[in-house]
Design a protein around this ligand. Structure first.
Ligand code: ADP
Ligand code: TMP
Length: 240
């Protein structure tokens, strides 16, 4: 049974397994809070296989993730979680909304990496928020807020070298977290890690390999996603 349909993925319940969900990656691609939407045939499959690869890597380095296993090319089995209504962004280089908001020049190395919370609310345009907002409005507990930050930093430390070895700079990325109601202080990395939710630049040419290609009509979106997947050594990533 369909549980929810977001902008890029659909969640389904699993018969006799109330603690699990099927996450279906669609070809739909959206930007600017859903104001630009297109279907990119094959993207759902690529994102599902890419996400599986990254989640497996993180799990092998002791990050608790919601990902259980691949079901098929476009679907994965995940733990059903109570999601925190917050998007955690890590930035290693300046670009995007950071440059617009603070007038920072593009492509500055951010050391230490910058960590930001955003409220997950499309109709408000996902505004930047602070830990103080989170506590006052009860969007998460203090422990959860601190865990979101430390887990995001850990993910960054694990993924920076993974992408660097493949020839890419992990510029920035967004993570979402959730928990099982019986253990609110055990956060799982949830949702997805794909090129839809991060910025990745070629280390030599600084060419954009991520969803910015779609946002700014640079073309070759699927080809770029495929190139990155191949460079990472993700198996069976060639078009089916
Ligand atoms: P959006 O909600 O931004 O339009 P998607 O189309 O990617 O995004 O939909 C996926 C939805 O599933 C998101 O709202 C996300 O918070 C939610 N989600 C991700 N992982 C889980 C999980 N393990 N359990 C429950 N919900 C999840
Ligand atoms: P930003 O520069 O637009 O704030 O985005 C920072 C990074 O987070 C970028 O990799 C895109 C990602 N992101 C999403 O995928 N979804 C979101 O809703 C937000 C706010 C950011």
């Amino acid at each position: 049974m369909q549980l929810s349909r977001g902008k890029a993925k659909t969640l389904f319940t699993v018969k006799n397994q109330p603690q699990q969900l099927i996450m279906h990656f669609r070809d739909d691609t959206s930007a600017f809070n859903g104001n630009k939407i297109e279907s990119i045939p094959g993207k759902g499959r690529l994102n599902n296989l890419f996400n599986h690869h990254i989640m497996q890597h993180l799990r092998s380095h002791h990050i608790a993730t919601h990902h259980i296993q691949l079901i098929n090319d476009t679907d994965s089995l995940v733990h059903s979680l109570t999601m925190l209504p917050i998007e955690c962004v890590i930035r290693n280089r300046s670009t995007g909304s950071l440059c617009k908001r603070l007038g920072i020049p593009e492509n500055q190395i951010l050391d230490p990496p910058l960590f930001e919370f955003f409220l997950k609310n499309d109709s408000l345009g996902d505004p930047l928020i602070t830990k103080s907002h989170i506590l006052t409005f009860n969007w998460a507990t203090r422990t959860q807020a601190e865990l979101m930050k430390s887990l995001s930093m850990q993910v960054n430390r694990l993924l920076l070298p993974l992408f660097q070895q493949a020839g890419y700079i992990l510029v920035d990325f967004k993570l979402e977290f959730g928990y099982q109601p019986s253990h609110p202080n055990n956060l799982f990395l949830a949702d997805e890690f794909t090129l839809d939710g991060c910025r990745l630049w070629d280390s030599n040419t600084l060419e954009k390999m991520d969803k910015d290609r779609f946002r700014h009509n640079l073309g070759n979106v699927l080809q770029s996603y495929q190139t990155v997947a191949t460079q990472l050594g993700i198996p069976h990533i060639h078009p089916s």
